[in-house]
Design a protein around this ligand. Structure first.
Ligand code: SF4
Length: 293
């Protein structure tokens, strides 16, 4: 796309597309971008992902899973910008409160501020209401794998709330790092159905498609987008995060990406090809969501 970064008089790297100071060196494509061109570049790639995979269709009612963390906050801002002219597509945010003391309250507050700023409808659902207990209470009662349990309840809560508001798609903030981790975790677990699933959609429930518009954007670019756009907030980390297999896989792929830039993209593209092969063998297009499990 672009060639290596230019340098200003004082040795400050400059944007490859204008004379402004660079805020980002893309080590994979070998280019420097200023704040404005970086924002446009990320928006363009998300727009292309939505277009290439027909993620959002005319008349769609999209429920955005908004935890209040950086990924989902950037996602809802991007969707709002990208869909601004698409008057027949509506957005509603859904936040799931798992009941994790010292963590969820802070992100819930950010989620509330975000929807107020964007003028987007918001629904909050809690584990307490749906499962009769908070995640903290389940862990205190002896639950050893909080992330597995959390994932199941959160998915159910999101789908129930999305069905209630008549959503046709649930958009989640999974980024390229998340996607690469998922590919490797499916390998480590020997989960063939998971490994061969199309990357942009992890299936449907009650006829509602699950879509991942950020799956081609690396985590550091999502964070930088939030900073440059002025919407990034430092937030506490979930106290249970370190217990998950994903944490170990995350460390491994982050290290590989640092040593060999482009590793994340190669993992995800390789899996995309495998998924497409399996879909063709099964007579599907590869971009279609799986039928209800
Ligand atoms: Fe749930 Fe685990 Fe994520 Fe915490 S880190 S919110 S427990 S999935």
């Amino acid at each position: 796309m672009m060639k290596g970064g230019g340098r200003g008089g004082a040795g400050v790297p400059r944007c490859d597309l204008c004379e402004e100071p660079s805020v980002y060196l893309d080590r994979v494509r070998g280019c420097h971008l200023c704040g404005e061109h970086f924002l446009r570049d990320v928006e363009g790639r998300v727009r292309r992902t939505i277009w290439d995979f027909r993620l959002i269709r005319p008349g769609e009612r999209v429920a955005v899973a908004l935890s209040g963390g950086k990924d989902s906050t950037v996602l809802i801002h991007l969707l709002r910008r990208i869909l601004l002219g698409a008057g027949d597509v509506s957005l509603t945010a859904i936040t799931v409160d798992e009941g994790i003391a010292g963590y969820r309250d802070a992100t819930l507050q950010v989620a509330r501020e975000t929807v107020a700023r964007l003028g987007v409808g918001h629904r909050v659902v809690s584990f307490g209401d749906l499962a009769g207990s908070t995640l903290d209470a389940m862990v205190s009662a002896g639950e050893d794998h909080p992330c597995s349990l959390c994932g199941i309840h959160r998915r159910n809560a999101l789908e129930a709330a999305a069905a209630e508001i008549g959503a046709t798609a649930i958009a989640t903030g999974h980024n390229l790092n998340d996607q690469a981790q998922t590919v490797l975790m499916n390998c480590l677990r020997g989960d063939l159905p998971g490994f061969t699933r199309p990357p942009v959609s992890d299936g449907t429930a009650h006829g509602i498609r699950r879509i991942k518009p950020l799956f081609r954007i690396p985590e550091k670019e999502v964070a930088l987008y939030g900073m440059v756009a002025g919407i990034y907030r430092e937030l506490p980390e979930c106290p249970y995060a370190a217990t998950a297999l994903r944490s170990e896989v995350r460390r491994m792929v982050d290290r590989l990406e640092h040593l060999r830039p482009g590793t994340l993209g190669r993992i995800v593209r390789g899996q995309e090809e495998v998924a497409a092969l399996f879909a063709r063998a099964a007579g599907k297009t590869g971009n279609e969501p799986d039928p209800d499990p």
